[in-house]
Design a protein around this ligand. Structure first.
Ligand code: CAA
Length: 258
């Protein structure tokens, strides 16, 4: 597949997708989301890739779904066309970790895309928001569900009802982002985190992601039981034998992802 709206590259075992519609501040249209899904799926299926990064430009991670493209849609267009769901939801099926490296605006669908990733590393100039209310609609790519889970009901209501933006400091304090880094270090730090993850057992990494995601989708007791069974299952892997033997023998583990 040739890509027109994203740039795709690799650094060691890390797959990087850079959103690339600079004139539209990376507004997320259907073509871009189709390409993003295809690129992530390809990385997920590639045994040499252990982690992925989605990033944008210095000015914008993504300023939302493409308003120009949606402005004239009717109910039947969006309902029959499965708008947002058809391609955006594919991101949820990616099993290896995906880091959002965010600088500049992450608004509307841009904030929602970042929240669909496993964690967000933000540069000091990052700004998050769900301003859809100003357009006469509501967040439509999971924002009303993932934002309250990330920052709690009060801040989620404040953001979605006023449409105001949250800067990086507030976003980190509220738990939306995992760390803030200087703008010029965003890719370096994100890549270091991704390479670290890619160096671990892919099986254990996928099991950790799957288990933490359970925390969002079920009861505590179901989640703990899921985690416990995944933990038990990892004792069937070669990577568990290698990881623990390496610790006991005071050497670095060499994971085979088996
Ligand atoms: N869709 C389409 N085009 C967009 C866009 C978007 N979401 N955001 C920005 N652009 C375009 C602008 O129209 C402008 O294009 P032109 O140069 O052709 O006029 C270009 O990007 C640069 O934008 P601005 O001139 O507005 O730049 P700025 O620095 O003055 O402001 C901004 C930046 C505050 C991000 C402003 O562009 C803005 O408010 N954008 C819209 C944000 C928004 O409402 N996002 C939610 C979209 S709806 C959604 O996402 C639904 C959902 O939940 C799935």
């Amino acid at each position: 597949m040739t890509y027109e709206n994203i740039l795709v590259s690799t650094e060691g075992a890390v797959g990087i997708v850079t959103l690339n519609r600079p004139k539209q501040l990376n507004a997320l249209n259907d073509a871009l989301m189709d390409e993003l899904g295809a690129a992530l799926k390809a990385f997920d299926a590639d045994g040499n890739i252990g982690c992925m990064i989605i990033t944008g430009s210095e000015k914008a991670f993504a300023a939302g779904a493409d308003i120009g493209a949606m402005a004239t849609y009717t109910f039947s267009d969006v309902y029959k066309g499965d708008y947002i769901t058809r391609n955006w939801e594919l991101i949820r099926t990616i099993r290896k970790p995906v880091i959002a490296a965010v600088s500049g605006f992450a608004l509307g669908g841009g904030c929602e895309l970042a929240m669909m990733c496993d964690f967000i590393i933000a540069s000091e100039n990052a700004k998050f928001g769900q301003p859809e209310i100003k357009l006469g609609v509501i967040p439509g790519a999971g924002g009303t569900q993932r934002l309250p889970r990330a920052v709690g009901k009060a801040k989620a209501m404040d953001m979605a009802l006023t449409g105001r933006m949250m800067d990086a400091t507030e976003a980190e304090r509220a738990g939306l982002v995992s760390r803030i880094v200087p703008l010029e270090k965003l890719m370096e730090e994100s890549l270091a985190a991704a390479l670290m993850i890619a160096g671990y057992s892919q099986i254990a990494v996928m099991a950790a992601k799957e288990s933490i995601n359970r925390a969002y989708e079920g009861t505590l007791s179901d989640g703990v039981m899921f985690e416990r069974r995944m933990f038990h299952a990892l004792f069937a892997t070669q990577d568990q034998k290698e990881g623990m033997a390496a610790f006991v023998e005071k050497r670095k583990a060499n994971f085979s992802h088996q």
